[in-house]
Design a protein around this ligand. Sequence first.
Ligand SMILES: CC(C)(COP(=O)(O)OP(=O)(O)OC[C@H]1O[C@@H](n2cnc3c(N)ncnc32)[C@H](O)[C@@H]1OP(=O)(O)O)[C@@H](O)C(=O)NCCC(=O)NCCS
Length: 204
Amino acid sequence: MERDSVRIFLETDRLVLRRFTEDDLDNLVELDSDPEVMRYLSGGRPTPREVVRDEILPLYFRYYARFAGFGFWAAADRSTGTFLGWFELRPPEDGGVDEVELGYRLRRAAWGRGYATEGARALVHKAFAELGVRRVFATTMAVNAASRRVMEKAGLRFVRNYREDWPEPIPGAEHGEVEYALTRADWQSRLAGTTGNGGTGQRG
Ligand SMILES: CC(C)(COP(=O)(O)OP(=O)(O)OC[C@H]1O[C@@H](n2cnc3c(N)ncnc32)[C@H](O)[C@@H]1OP(=O)(O)O)[C@@H](O)C(=O)NCCC(=O)NCCS
């Protein structure tokens, strides 16, 4: 099969966000095989390889085909090219790009260095500055403190706590889910009140 050339979506000081390709199968399987990474997603269970191959990668490719500038992006270390995980800026699959969901999942080796904050800020900036998005939101389990902190550091604010019925509830689910969000109007008024690049960490 012919290989895609690397399709870069954006770069920050330390990250490259690029399109996934079929060559990322092992990267994704390895990422989802770490119980700590999957703790608040599946209760620690790994994602089976065939699910990554037959459902997850095809979903990513459908997004690239359907939406310009949205979907799931592989994150790599800019200086070494090492795969670090992924970020998403996801419209509803059957809808428009008015409201999009921000998300991220990084390998444990990459945690605690500000990468999630750096990538999330760059995506929020791009969503409002270039992609015509009106509202960026993100959800997670209430007990996922790291993810909530990334949302806050990316400029999103707490909206609500809610309950979701999971077929197999995972530990912590009894505390419910949380939603955070930022509108373009609030983003713009904050930018107007600051100087510099709005803290995006984005180059160029
Ligand atoms: C959530 C995740 C992406 C954060 O990645 P990261 O690169 O380590 O995040 P950052 O380094 O940008 O840290 C962001 C903030 O979270 C804080 N933080 C990190 N881990 C934390 C934890 N376990 N508890 C509380 N705060 C935590 C950091 O201290 C930092 O805040 P600070 O600057 O005020 O100190 C990473 O933990 C991860 O991939 N987790 C598994 C997948 C997941 O849960 N994704 C979200 C699902 S919705």
